[in-house]
Structure formats: structure tokens, C-alpha cells
Write a protein that binds this ligand. Structure first.
Ligand code: CP
Ligand code: NVA
Length: 327
């Protein structure tokens, strides 16, 4: 398997075999990290991390993964460069790819990262767009595989806003790996029809399935992975909160939902999560709408079924695999 020079923009661009290879490489790099084995395979290289939206996990994972591989990083924060305001995407791509060996981009439309890749001479990695979050997918697949020993046939139910980056990406990831994906949410929040169709065609080849339901009884029943994400994503207007809470409240992952899922089910979340009022936004929502927890209850989040922190750690091991393989 040779992925040198490849961009990592969305999982749709990768075959199941390539994804499997990246997962195996991630597991190997994780093992080496735990055993303090040096992995400076790319010593002397430099990468740039463009973040037009904030981040904890993705930025830290890219930086630590890079350092462990012997790579130096430059971080460009949302206000720290000319990107987009004074310099076009195409010009930025050509400037940065003359200086760096790779470019990470987190921001808004998928078309931006696709354009960066089009004009870049070096690999471009998508660190989250409105539509897709592919580095998160590798971490999630690794976590599921570690837990169940396999991906094929695993039943994953996603509750909440399924038409944004996480719902879209999980549907693609499940289809690619022969898993059973269910989007359980109000119909308005199902992924776009075109993407569903594309994923169903992929699933037909891999043995996976795609189910859409508004019924939480149907969605929760027998799920082995119950997954949710924030109801309002970065970059969305504050005005959407009221309607979003109203629409998605029935799809909160709580003890009732988990009791209907498989007995061995795990709970997953890409994080950050609103499971209490210990954040500025959590407190504001409590004051305005009276909710103390949103997409997941504190009880489920803190339960033995919750694997969210191991999942977050896996961001680093899997991003390291992407860097190691594509540079
Ligand atoms: N899950 C994730 O991408 O987290 P950050 O926004 O903190 O990077
Ligand atoms: N849907 C979330 C994911 C955060 C990792 C967002 O885009 O804000």
C-alpha cells in the first residue's frame, strides 16, 4: 500500500483497503508510542496547520503526531494569516506548498479544502469542514475496532444533527467498512439525499446498510454504537439554537436510549460535548432554555459504556498514521 503524496480530504476518496491499512498503521504507531519507541520517520519535514475554526483535539493531535514523527509545525489561527481575506485559497496553496511538506486545513466549506488540494504540490489534510470530518473517522473506526475486534457488521446509530460533518462522515465510514448505519433524527436533519444514495451504493458492495428513522425506538434497538454530536456546530448562527433544541431534544442520548441498545453497546461522541452546565455555552443554554444537558445526559457521558476519552486519544494515533503514510 502506497499513499505517499495523497491528499486526505474525505473518506469517500479512500478504498476500504486503504482505510484498513491506515487503521493498522495507527494501531502499530499507538503500540510504539505506548512502548516509547521513537518513530521519527519524517525528521526534518515541516507542516502548516490552518485553523479557521477553533480546536482542542485536532490541533493537539496534529502537533503531537507531527513532533513524534520528527516534523516541525506552524499553527495559523483564525486571525493569524492572510488566508481568505487578503489572499485567495489558490494563491495560499501555492505559497504554502512551496514552503511546507504538508498542509492541514480546518474551516468552512468542503470546496475550500478541495481547492487548496487542487493548487497544492504537497498533501492537504482536512481537519474538519462543514460537510466532512475525515480524521475523526479514522479515530472512531479504530476505537470501534479496538472494542469489538471488527468493523464489519457493527451496528452504529447516530442521533442528532445527521446532515452536518459528523453525520455525513459516519454514514460514509460505515458504508465503506461494511457496517450498519442508522441516522435517528427528525427528517429535516437526515443527510442530503445525494450522499445517502452514494453511500447506499457503496454499502451494497461492502455488506453495509443505511437506515433513516425518526423513531428513537427503532434507532436505539440493538445498536452496538450509539453516537451523537453537538446540536449546533461551529460556524452556525446563534439564532438556530432555539429551533435546534426543540427539534433535536427527542434524540438526546439518555439512559432510556442506552437501555434499548445492545447490552454491550458503547457510547461515542467526537467532543466537545454539552453534558452539563460547566461551559459558557452550556450555562447560557441553561439560562435561556432551562436545559442542564443537551445531546447526551451527564449520566451516559460518565457511564462505563462511554468510550469518549479513549476515542479522543485515538485522534492522535490516527492522525499520525495519516501523516506517516501520506508524507
Ligand atoms: N473532535 C474534534 O474535532 O475536536 P476539536 O474541535 O477540539 O478539534
Ligand atoms: N459538528 C461539530 C463537530 C466538532 C468536532 C462542529 O462542526 O462544530
Amino acid at each position: 500500500m502506497n499513499l505517499r503524496g495523497r491528499h486526505f480530504l474525505k473518506l469517500l476518496d479512500y478504498s476500504p483497503q486503504e482505510i484498513e491499512y491506515l487503521l493498522e498503521l495507527s494501531a502499530d504507531l499507538k503500540d510504539k508510542k505506548k512502548n516509547h519507541i521513537i518513530t521519527e520517520y519524517h525528521r526534518g519535514k515541516n507542516i502548516v496547520l490552518i485553523f479557521e475554526k477553533t480546536s482542542t483535539r485536532t490541533r493537539c493531535a496534529f502537533e503531537v503526531a507531527a513532533f513524534d514523527l520528527g516534523i516541525q509545525t506552524t499553527y495559523l489561527d483564525p486571525a493569524g494569516s492572510q488566508f481568505g481575506t487578503k489572499e485567495s485559497v489558490a494563491d495560499t496553496a501555492r505559497v504554502l506548498s512551496g514552503i511546507y511538506d504538508g498542509i492541514e486545513y480546518r474551516g468552512f466549506g468542503q470546496e475550500i479544502v478541495e481547492e487548496l488540494a487542487l493548487y497544492s504540490k504537497v498533501p492537504v489534510w482536512n481537519g474538519l469542514t462543514n460537510e466532512f470530518h475525515p480524521t475523526q473517522m479514522l479515530a472512531d473506526l479504530l476505537t470501534i475496532k479496538e472494542h469489538f475486534g471488527t468493523l464489519k457488521g457493527v451496528r452504529l446509530t447516530y442521533m442528532g444533527d445527521a446532515r452536518y460533518n459528523m453525520g455525513n462522515s459516519l454514514m460514509v465510514a460505515c458504508a465503506k467498512m461494511g457496517m450498519h448505519f442508522t441516522a435517528c433524527t427528525a427528517a429535516e436533519y437526515f443527510p442530503a439525499a445525494e450522499l445517502i444514495e452514494e453511500c447506499r451504493a457503496i454499502a451494497a458492495e461492502t455488506g453495509g446498510t443505511i437506515t433513516l428513522t425518526e423513531d428513537t425506538e427503532v434507532g436505539a434497538l440493538g445498536a452496538q454504537v450509539v453516537y451523537t454530536d453537538v446540536w449546533v456546530s461551529m460556524g452556525e448562527a446563534d439564532e438556530v439554537w432555539g429551533k435546534r433544541i426543540n427539534d433535536l431534544r427527542p434524540y438526546q442520548v439518555n439512559e432510556n436510549i442506552m437501555s434499548k441498545a445492545d447490552k454491550e453497546a458503547i457510547f461515542m461522541h467526537c467532543l466537545p460535548a454539552f453534558h452539563d452546565t460547566k461551559t459558557v455555552i452550556g450555562q447560557e443554554v441553561f439560562e435561556k432554555y432551562g436545559l442542564t444537558e443537551m445531546e447526551v445526559t451527564d449520566k451516559v457521558f460518565e457511564s462505563a459504556q462511554s468510550v469518549v476519552f479513549g476515542q479522543a486519544e485515538n485522534r492522535m494515533h490516527t492522525i499520525k498514521a495519516i501523516l506517516a503514510a501520506t508524507l
